[in-house]
Design a protein around this ligand. Structure first.
Ligand code: AMP
Length: 299
């Protein structure tokens, strides 16, 4: 821990905003010349208390925190919500004013993908299934921009939320495979009081949908306790799908128990696992996931 709790909590100045890689690098290089460490919180903006928890957590690991705000077109498929994704930079910067963020990096699309840009990062194995199956090309776009942000910011540490559990697994794989000199930190899911995982997309929910949405967390918690009590995982996945539809969700993309690290399908709880689910209300996709303890031993 390099910064005291008091210091992170009493900071009141708004963070400075930079929009170019060159300005970002100048500031980061200054910090590094002083022997300070740098952390990055990649976001797409529309910040809520989940994002702020990442900033707070990361400040315990590094001397300076950079928050990037960039709605990355490359990770949205045709027909997804790129155009209507909430953009509220002034509000986001105001939300960071009382946080541990020192700097906001908010580049334009042309700064990230200048004319002639032709590269892409593809991670195999972890990306085809689950979110990858529902959103073809999503992880290539996500991995490409995260690779860029890590290199642009030259951060020592970067933090990602368990809310996007598969994304976290993909980033960990990428950092290892490419020997990136960046420590990847995972942050626990921040939830609303009723259990719904905080998300920028919750703003799309109308009142009736918001009431149905809370069922996702409740149903997953029930499936996890039944799995840990020894019920068959495949039949729990079926029951989970039915329970979500009965609770009022319009459709279910997946409800799956997976290996917590490789995300490979599992038949029992011999190793730590994760229950991952996506259910839809209209066009809104709600993601959630939960840890599942290893309860089966070979004794
Ligand atoms: P996004 O702006 O949605 O791309 O999210 C930026 C980062 O914040 C990602 O690492 C997310 O996993 C993380 N995040 C978003 N919502 C939450 C949440 N409710 N709890 C923890 N982390 C979150």
């Amino acid at each position: 821990m390099t910064r005291s709790e008091t210091e992170t909590e009493t900071r009141t100045n708004s963070p400075r905003i930079v929009r170019t890689v060159s300005d970002l690098r100048t500031i980061v290089e200054g910090w590094k010349a002083d022997g300070h460490s740098v952390g990055l919180v990649p976001t797409m903006g529309a910040l809520h208390h989940g994002h702020l928890s990442l900033v707070h957590l990361l400040a315990r690991h590094v001397d300076h925190v950079v928050v990037s705000i960039f709605v990355n077109p490359a990770q949205f498929g045709p027909g997804e919500d790129l155009a209507r994704y909430p953009r509220q930079e002034a509000k986001d910067v105001a939300a960071l004013a009382n946080s541990a963020a020192d700097l906001v990096f908010a580049p334009d699309v042309e700064e990230v993908y200048p004319h002639g840009f032709s590269s892409s990062v593809h991670i195999t194995g972890l990306t085809e299934d689950l979110e990858g199956a529902s959103r073809p090309g999503h992880f290539d776009g996500m991995a490409t921009v995260v690779m860029k942000l890590l290199l642009q910011s030259q951060c020592d540490t970067a933090i990602f939320g368990e809310k996007d559990y598969q994304q976290l697994a993909v980033i960990r794989r990428m950092a290892e495979d490419f020997n990136l000199p960046v420590k990847i930190v995972a942050a626990p899911i921040v939830r609303e009081d009723d259990g719904l995982a905080a998300s920028s997309r919750n703003a799309y929910l109308d009142q009736a949908q918001r009431q149905v949405a809370v069922g996702l967390n409740r149903i997953l918690a029930d499936l996890v306790s039944r799995a840990e009590a020894g019920e068959n995982l495949a039949s729990l996945e079926q029951k989970g799908r039915k329970a979500l539809l009965a609770a009022g969700f319009d459709s279910v993309d997946y409800v799956c128990f997976r290996d917590a690290t490789t995300l490979a399908p599992i038949r029992n709880l011999r190793q730590p696992a994760r229950l991952l689910a996506v259910a839809r209300l209209g066009t809104i996709r709600l993601l959630d996931n939960m840890a599942v303890a290893a309860t089966v031993t070979d004794r």
